[in-house]
Design a protein around this ligand. Structure first.
Ligand SMILES: [Zn+2]
Length: 176
């Protein structure tokens, strides 16, 4: 269970509510018996299992986190109660806060605030990239005009670009 945002030209953010093991590390998944954690004793070629199972009863809490390293609220086990006492699991989507929200919903809301600046500036980011691409294309076109046979003069290039001869020369003469 995760939330992902992929803004073109920006880093990817992927958030979720992790179940926390006794050592405070976040879980990487789950099995029927409990939450899965990467085994710190595992290494290539060793007989150790890649993952270890921590029983639901040993989960100490939950944490909102993002792949980028950002971390939100940490809840302790006593901060939330299950919505189904017949089930032993402690999945965030089944755990309720005193205000009635699930940990999944509360965590998602918090993570959305974390990525909000990226969403708000997405159009700025793409427009700025388009400007840079256009600047590159313009400089290449000027260079091509200057190496044509016969070469275009700075007067002609300036007129074509809508600027003065002097400005054209100052802007592109060194870009050869
Ligand atoms: Zn992030």
């Amino acid at each position: 269970m995760g939330w992902i945002i992929d803004v073109p030209g920006a880093e990817v953010h992927e958030g979720h509510v992790a179940m926390l093991g006794p050592d405070g590390r976040g879980s990487g998944g789950s099995s029927g018996e409990g939450a899965l954690f990467s085994n710190p004793r595992w290494s290539w070629g060793s007989d150790e299992p890649v993952d270890i199972v921590v029983p639901w009863s040993e989960i100490i809490g939950w944490r909102v986190q993002c792949e980028c390293g950002w971390r939100g609220t940490t809840w302790r086990r006593e901060d939330a109660r299950t919505d189904d006492p017949t089930e032993e699991d402690v999945f965030p989507e089944h755990m309720l806060l005193p205000d009635g929200r699930t940990l999944e919903a509360a965590g998602h809301a918090e993570w959305r605030e974390h990525v909000q600046p990226l969403v708000a500036t997405a159009a700025v980011r793409s427009a700025a990239a388009a400007v840079r691409d256009a600047e590159t294309a313009l400089a290449e076109a000027v260079a091509a005009a200057r190496t044509a046979n016969p070469p275009a003069t700075w007067e002609q290039i300036g007129r074509a670009a809508g600027i003065s001869r002097q400005s054209a020369h100052e802007r592109w003469a060194r870009h050869r």
